[in-house]
Design a binder for this molecule. Structure first.
Ligand SMILES: NC(=O)N[C@@H](CC(=O)O)C(=O)O
Ligand SMILES: [Zn+2]
Ligand SMILES: [Zn+2]
Length: 344
């Protein structure tokens, strides 16, 4: 059987939620990934050291015995974030990065930043201490078409920010456009990006042709085919600027299949297998380890994992739905069969 062995991967962007759902979804992430960057958009959001430390403890308590997994925590930035709190948490190892959600851009962003000018002192402090800023890169201006919100964010917010604070490390999260790929590629070494499985697999047709498909809806929304192709090229290029971040974002089936359905795709159950299919299709399995296991730690200044995982070229069916500790969630690729399977 054809196999592929790589250093154990990490997920540089995941939503684990809290409470019963946390217990239900965490094993899927921990099965594959040694570490993950945990998003702080809970309700209420994780805006201080005490809250983040308590959330980390809940994650560790929910981890099944015998699983080897390290959560890397993040702080949720608001207009009122105190630079001293940011530095204290980073220096004390409470969190490794801070997350910028433009207010009302996505799920759980109501308390986000209304104007980056309001967090200027925080960003300057982060640049000074070498702490990465993680960005949900979409404008929220009602006049901007939803398919253009990422490209406009680059022009209006991200390019000026990177120009003004070149020392700031920035991860442009879940990039979805060729404009974002170009921006990250042309920027200096302090700018990198994560790419999700869904944005490598689907374009906007998957969401809108033949009926509206809420389980294909996430933010930033999937774009035209030309953008998907640019993302596949970037992910499989071998460039150290692009790395794995699933953006796995579980929502109960009823919250997705609704008149106003939530944004977010739950891809954690078979994320590494989903990415492996893309790299094989692109004839780039030799670049898979860099994307999944090397580029992320290099950017964050962390060591690579010593353990390895092996993928087998064998059918991996994906169930139609998953019971996450009492909450039914429809996973990405529901009902399909992937071509690689993680050997356990
Ligand atoms: N990606 C999504 O569509 N949703 C995420 C939030 C986010 O990452 O923007 C969520 O928390 O549900
Ligand atoms: Zn986001
Ligand atoms: Zn996310």
């Amino acid at each position: 059987m054809e196999t592929l062995t790589i250093r154990r991967p990490d997920d540089w962007h995941v939503h684990l939620r809290d409470g019963a759902v946390l217990e239900g979804v965490l094993p899927y992430t921990a099965r594959q990934f040694a570490r993950a960057i945990i998003m702080p958009n809970l309700s209420p959001p994780m805006t201080d050291c005490a809250g983040v430390a308590a959330y980390r403890a809940r994650i560790m308590a929910a981890l099944p015995a015998g699983m080897d997994f390290t959560p890397l925590m993040t702080l949720y930035l608001t207009d009122g974030t105190d630079p001293d709190e940011v530095e204290r948490g980073f220096a004390g190892g409470v969190f490794v990065a801070a997350k910028l959600y433009p207010a009302h851009a996505t799920t759980g962003s109501a308390h986000g930043v209304t104007d980056v000018a309001n967090i200027r002192a925080v960003l300057e402090r982060m640049a000074a201490i070498g702490m990465p800023l993680l960005v949900h890169g979409e404008v929220t201006d009602a006049h901007v078409d939803i398919f253009d919100r990422e490209a406009v964010f680059i022009e209006r917010t991200l390019a000026p920010l990177v120009r003004d604070l070149p020392a700031l490390k920035v991860v442009f999260e879940h990039v979805t456009t060729e404009e974002a790929v170009r921006f990250v590629t042309c920027a200096g070494p302090n700018v990198a990006a994560t790419i999700t499985p869904q944005h490598l697999h689907i374009n906007r047709n998957a969401m809108l042709v033949g009926g509206i498909r809420p389980h294909m809806y996430c933010l930033p929304v999937a774009k035209r085919e030309q953008h998907r192709l640019a993302l596949r090229k970037a992910a499989t290029s071998g460039s150290a600027k692009f790395f794995l971040g699933t953006d796995s974002a579980p929502h109960a089936v009823g919250a997705k299949e609704a008149a106003c359905g939530c944004a977010g795709i739950f891809n954690a159950p078979f994320a590494i297998e989903s990415y492996a299919d893309v790299f094989e299709e692109e004839g780039a399995l030799d670049k898979f380890e860099a994307f999944a296991s090397l580029n992320g730690p290099a950017f964050y200044g962390l060591s690579v994992n010593e353990a390895t995982v092996t993928l087998e070229k064998a059918p991996q069916p994906v169930p139609a739905s998953i019971d996450a500790n009492g909450t039914s969630i429809v996973p990405f690729h529901a009902g399909d069969t992937l071509g690689w399977r993680l050997r356990l």
